[in-house]
Design a protein around this ligand. Structure first.
Ligand SMILES: [Zn+2]
Length: 432
């Protein structure tokens, strides 16, 4: 081989090497695009903690909805779909914490019907995710034993022709796979549910009749639930399309479903004041003027005292709002006691503790909160007379301040859903 030929060969070799690198890069990027996510599905586990839907033979609809929804979610996730719940289901046996949610818990009537408010925010949240499909998981009920079988609803008005047609198609695919899992199905039907106004194909799935004993027994059976969820997952996969072999996919980071009490404050004194002004049924009480405080100074004080103990200001402030009824004090505690957390007001008209200054009253409430939330020492001298009674660190989350929801069955208050009511106030404050 001459030198010239040799150079030519080298040039050709280099060319092919570059070409193969290029092709490999393109191929790899195609493969990694395919491997990303097969699609996105929103599952709406019908009803929630506050509105549990139907109830039969001692079982709430919200519980079986959550169980079936969670099985469906894991099966879709295993097929490589990104899955979101509309709202947390952790109240139902502490499952589902690993599925991210697009809304906080709903504390109003479950908003899916045309006549009910709240569905707009649900549709809005679904639209932000823009999933390939959304499915509402419910169970039917009737006033007597007898009717049974699957019903699937899709909406035939008020949405784009494309979305409605796809929703009907999704309903048919689901029905084909699922109609005989529990009992003989009752058909695909038109139902003008408001949630079906989302801009993605959406159906409402009524898996069977809780109120009919023979079907009830299947609905609560975990193996039967798996069969139903598997058939649902197959139908949804057929609808959205599977572009690769099923393989576990990295999930988007689940949003923490529990709300920490300790930590950096996410609000500001200005926001707290605005929240009070916009939502309180009464103007800020002139009583506090005697203590040199207008609303802005009061909020600033709350913010500073909370931060001095490492407690989130929005948690402390919302608890005070809840405990005092927006500082109206129409319970047993009087405004003059400067007791913002109802400390020592243990019921039966017991008036509870009194404090020497607004700051001391606020600090006492916040130290009591910290006692529940943390095992750390107080940063200020202890002014909470009930600090010693708290099992330290027994309620690290807002949700667990309610004794009924606390896994250790202790907490700040015994009323049902106490922590969730606080959480809802906090959410409203942060969105002010
Ligand atoms: Zn329902």
């Amino acid at each position: 081989m001459t030198k010239k030929e040799n150079q030519k060969t080298n040039l050709i070799k280099t060319f092919y090497l570059l070409l193969s690198v290029l092709l490999l890069t393109v191929f790899t990027s195609i493969v990694s695009t395919v491997a990303a996510v097969n699609g996105t599905i929103v599952i709406d586990p019908g009803h929630d903690y506050y509105d549990s839907g139907a109830c039969a033979f001692g079982v709430k609809e919200s519980t079986v909805n959550a169980q079936l929804a969670y099985k469906l979610a894991t099966k879709l996730r295993d097929r490589g779909y990104a899955v979101y719940f509309t709202h947390p289901i952790s109240y139902a046996n502490n499952v589902g914490n690993d599925i991210p949610t697009i809304l906080p818990p709903m504390n109003r009537k479950y908003p899916i019907l045309e006549s009910e408010g709240g569905a707009n925010s649900l549709c809005g949240a679904i639209n932000r995710i823009n999933p390939d499909a959304a499915i509402c998981v419910h169970h039917n009920s009737f006033d007597k034993d007898g009717p049974q079988g699957l019903e699937i609803y899709w909406r035939n008005n008020g949405n784009s022709a494309e979305v409605m047609q796809k929703s009907q198609h999704l309903a048919n695919l689901l029905y084909n796979k699922c109609q005989n899992i529990y009992s003989h199905g009752r058909g695909v039907k038109i139902g003008n549910y408001k949630i079906c106004l989302a801009h993605s194909p959406t159906v409402l799935f009524e898996a069977g009749f809780l109120s009919t004993k023979v079907e009830f027994d299947k609905i609560v059976d975990q193996n039967q639930q798996h069969r139903m969820a598997e058939a649902m997952a197959q139908a949804i996969a057929e609808f959205v399309g599977v572009r690769q072999q099923p393989q576990p996919q990295p999930q988007p980071q689940p949003q923490p479903q529990f709300t920490a009490i300790m930590g950096t404050s996410l609000t500001s004194p200005e926001k707290m004041a605005r929240f009070y002004q916009n939502n309180s049924p009464i103007p800020f009480p002139s009583f506090y003027a005697n203590h040199g405080l207008d609303l802005n100074k009061f909020c600033q004080l709350y913010y500073d005292v909370a931060n001095s103990e490492g407690v989130r200001a929005e948690v402390a402030f919302c608890q005070a709002i809840h405990e005092t009824g927006w500082l109206r004090y129409n319970g047993t505690v009087d405004i003059g006691q400067l007791n913002f957390g109802g400390l020592g007001a243990t019921g039966n008209g017991v008036k509870g503790n009194s404090f020497g200054s607004v700051r001391e009253g606020i600090l006492a409430q916040i130290q009591h909160l910290k006692a529940y939330a943390s095992i750390k020492n107080l940063n200020n001298a202890c002014v909470d007379p009930r600090y010693k009674y708290v099992n330290k660190g027994s309620a690290t989350f807002v949700e667990w301040l309610g004794i009924q929801e606390n896994p250790k069955h202790c907490g700040w208050a015994s009323s049902k859903g106490y922590g969730y009511e606080l959480k809802n106030l906090i959410y409203r404050l942060l969105n002010t």
